[in-house]
Write a protein that binds this ligand. Structure first.
Ligand SMILES: [Zn+2]
Length: 242
């Protein structure tokens, strides 16, 4: 790939690619210093000495160092990199932009396929998009995808839906338990649910997948993508002049 390629170098650990959104051992989550914020006749949850970057989409975001040091923590998602990837449509494996990596406006999503279900129209996801080249690398080398299978789809629209995060009691600021099906202890809160959003410390941005076409041939998509990137780096439509 060229320097202008949207495909970034992928990090490896023990011969296995480590996704951009995976947390590393030196990115331990510190104690979150929570406060009640009183502003414009409203009271809501905030972080002590909160910066603008720590409050986005009308909600405070979990503090977490971003060093990518130590060892990767498979299955643990880094709150800031996941939000960046979702918000800017960055590839969850390499961290490069997925917008513009295809000739059309569709974006590729890849998920573990534990139950044999394809990605569905209207489905919500916390899993950012992926380049086709990176998806092919992931299904070849990432243990969960190799062992449990995978499902992929091209998606036309990806509106933001809400956040996954910890919900706190407005009076005591004690963390409230989540529904039993969410074993990560987090609540899924839509942006429309202002009362709950006010007392949520967000850790992941959730989007909705709209206009979904299932994909089974990642090789063909990866070849298309490589060709589209090459054509763009060579000047695209100017090739008629050569
Ligand atoms: Zn990528």
């Amino acid at each position: 790939m060229t320097d202008t390629s949207p495909i970034r170098p992928v990090r490896y650990w023990d011969g296995v690619p480590v996704p951009f959104i995976t947390a590393w051992s030196k990115e331990e989550i510190p104690t979150q210093e929570l406060v009640k914020v009183h502003r414009s006749s409203a009271t809501f949850l905030g972080l002590q000495d909160e910066t603008d970057v720590e409050r986005q989409f009308g909600v405070s975001w979990m503090r977490m160092p971003a060093t990518r040091g130590g060892r990767p923590q498979p299955g643990l998602v880094h709150a800031l990199r996941q939000r960046q990837a979702m918000n800017r449509m960055l590839c969850q494996l390499c961290g490069g932009p997925t917008v513009g990596s295809r000739k059309d406006e569709w974006t590729l999503f890849l998920a573990a396929d534990a139950d044999g279900h394809p990605l569905l129209n209207g489905e919500r996801t916390e899993s950012p998009p992926v380049h086709a080249v990176c998806a092919r690398l992931a299904v070849e080398h990432c243990p969960p995808l190799r062992h449990r299978g995978w499902t992929a789809a091209l998606v036309r629209h990806t509106p933001i839906w809400g956040v996954a995060g910890h919900l706190y009691d407005p009076l005591t600021l004690d963390r409230l338990p989540s529904a039993p099906q969410h074993r990560d202890g987090m609540h899924r809160v839509p942006f429309a649910d202002t009362p709950r959003l006010r007392w949520t410390l967000a850790a992941r941005l959730i989007i909705t997948l709209e206009g979904v076409i299932p994909v089974t041939d990642l090789d063909a998509l990866a070849d298309e993508e490589t060709e589209a990137i090459r054509a763009r780096s060579e000047g695209g439509g100017c090739s008629l002049l050569r």
